[in-house]
Design a binder for this molecule. Structure first.
Ligand SMILES: Nc1ncnc2c1ncn2[C@@H]1O[C@H](COP(=O)(O)OP(=O)(O)OP(=O)(O)O)[C@@H](O)[C@H]1O
Ligand SMILES: [Mg+2]
Length: 507
């Protein structure tokens, strides 16, 4: 149904697409893969009309088409769920879903009842449980992603494009989505999905296409491409599978005090008596389905939210930070995957963004020599392979994954004593993700204490020495050693912990 040939696109000096091609049959799910900045979003945006390519041809149903606007794309029944969501934060869920396709009643007025029924059926199909009149900005990131998908599916497309739609989804949401995708495939709809979660492509995709540096370098049935082969095409290198430094969970001398300890930590309706401890040199995973309190837990430690009972002991001292800036001054670092809201300063330059962590420790931009900012930033850019047009470009011009690497580079460079991470590798490609894990393990081996929240179970099991699983605001399990396996993790995420598990000295 779709054939793209020799697509090219440059933004000023940046070549985003050099020679990209792609073929899709109806009733097929295609994984579009590639490292951060390889041109995936740009390529799919040429189909949704947001980017006009400089050259190349696109055949749709065998006929050449020129998609110059979102309206052109809509006329071809192409619908996209975007990586940087297209929802209007200050509008309700219903209004967002029907936006642009309001059912009209008599005299061309919007039929509110029809609109509501329609939106509710969309929510139901994707099993999204949220108040339909709630403002989108009040919802969890993963719920927002699900609504973005619901909106795209709702328009009954013939070609559905999902750009990293699963990046912040939890396993239950991914299951629901995949069931819907399988239905759509059976109806003959063509689907292109961009993802960095490699496990997913083998679950649902039929074929994959790999981009490297804006060029299509491989394409074929997923059954014929194992992960190593895909990574090889993405990077041009053999994958580095070394695990890095050794885990040290549970090994501490009797007189060693934890870097962080909480006892009976509670927050109304969000956290229920959380007992927790983490030592220097440990990487502690924080798991759970969306909104089970794990995000609140990290924010309470950071002083972004106030607990009402229980206590936090940090570096041996009872603490209650008034604001994150105080925690940062005391040696904490914080990285969130929700970079749009929490981490990136879009209009500042790449260099300034990287330096912002140092600035947060009390040094202001205006007092620092630009050369200093640039030196610090260039280091990080090299270490994490951030692909940017230049240090002076605004951060908003980077691809999604590169923006995320920028935030990571910023904090790791500061070597905090306690690093809090909330889904930090969201949208980061697999090769860089390995690299980040390796760097974090090195940091831990050098004595940093790392709290790693992730929506991706595979990643959680891979990186953590111990995992605390949250369910309904309480810790439902603490997994370590042989208990660190997928089945136990999933069971604990669903609150199914018959035996009140390990580490129960405090309960
Ligand atoms: N509007 C823009 N202005 C300048 N450069 C851009 C713009 N959009 C994309 N680029 C550049 O084009 C390249 C490809 O970006 P694109 O967003 O397509 O990557 P991607 O493969 O989707 O990466 P990711 O996995 O990180 O989302 C990157 O180097 C990016 O910095
Ligand atoms: Mg992208």
């Amino acid at each position: 149904m779709l054939e793209m040939r020799g697509i090219t696109k440059t933004f000023d000096a940046v070549v985003a697409l050099k020679d990209a091609s792609l073929e899709l049959k109806s009733g097929e799910i295609m994984a579009l893969l590639g490292a951060n900045g390889s041109g995936k979003s740009t390529l799919v945006k040429t189909l949704s009309g947001l980017v006009n390519p400089d050259g190349g041809t696109v055949l749709y149903d065998g006929k050449p088409v020129h998609i110059r606007s979102a309206a052109d794309s809509g006329r071809l029944s192409i619908s996209t769920a975007y990586q940087d969501l297209s929802l209007v934060p200050a509008m309700s869920v219903i209004d967002n879903i029907v936006l642009g396709m309001e059912p009209k009643g008599k005299f061309g007025l919007i039929d509110r009842k029809k609109a509501r029924d329609y939106a509710l059926s969309c929510l139901e199909r994707l099993k999204i449980s949220c108040a339909p009149d709630a403002l989108v900005q009040s919802l969890m990131p993963s719920t927002q992603s699900m609504i973005e998908i619901a909106k795209a599916v709702a328009s009954r497309p013939r070609l559905l494009i999902l750009d990293e739609s699963t990046a912040s989804l939890h396993s239950d949401e991914v299951d629901t989505l995949f069931a819907v995708l399988a239905e759509l495939r059976a109806e003959g709809i063509g689907i292109i999905t961009v993802t960095h979660r490699m496990g997913e492509i083998y679950r649902i995709c039929d074929r994959c296409t790999v981009l490297r540096g804006g060029e299509t370098v491989a394409s074929g049935p997923v059954g014929e491409m194992d992960i190593d082969t895909v990574v090889y095409y993405m990077t041009g290198k053999k994958p580095d599978t070394s695990v890095g430094a050794r885990a040290r969970a549970g090994i501490h001398s009797a007189d060693e005090r934890p870097v962080l300890e909480t006892r009976g930590l509670s927050l109304p309706r969000k956290l229920k008596s959380v007992d927790f401890h983490a030592y220097a040199g440990e990487i502690i995973g924080i798991g759970g389905l969306d909104g089970q309190g794990q995000q609140d837990f990290l924010r309470v430690i950071l002083g972004d939210q106030k607990h009402d009972s229980g206590g936090i002991v940090y570096q041996g001292k009872k603490t209650k930070f008034r604001q994150p800036a105080d925690a940062i001054r005391e040696g904490m670092g914080f990285i969130s995957g929700d970079r749009n809201k929490e981490s990136i300063f879009p209009v500042r330059t790449v260099a300034e963004n990287i330096y912002a962590g140092a600035a947060a420790r009390g040094i202001l931009f205006s007092y620092i020599k630009p050369a200093e900012v640039n030196r610090f930033a260039r280091n990080a850019v090299e270490k994490y392979g951030i692909i940017a047009g230049g240090m002076r470009y605004p951060a908003s011009s980077l691809s999604g994954g590169n923006q995320q690497k920028l935030v990571l580079g910023r904090w790791i460079a500061l070597a905090p004593d306690l690093l809090l991470l909330d889904d930090p590798t969201k949208g980061v490609d697999i090769a860089t993700r390995h690299e980040i894990h390796r760097i974090l393990k090195e940091c831990a081996a050098a004595g940093m204490c790392v709290l790693y929240g992730s929506s991706d179970n595979e990643e959680l099991l891979k990186i953590s020495d111990r995992i605390y699983v949250f369910y309904e605001g309480a810790v439902s399990a603490e997994l370590q050693g042989e208990d660190r396996v997928e089945e136990k993790l999933v069971a604990a995420m669903l609150g199914l912990t018959g035996e009140h598990l390990k580490g129960g000295e405090n309960r």
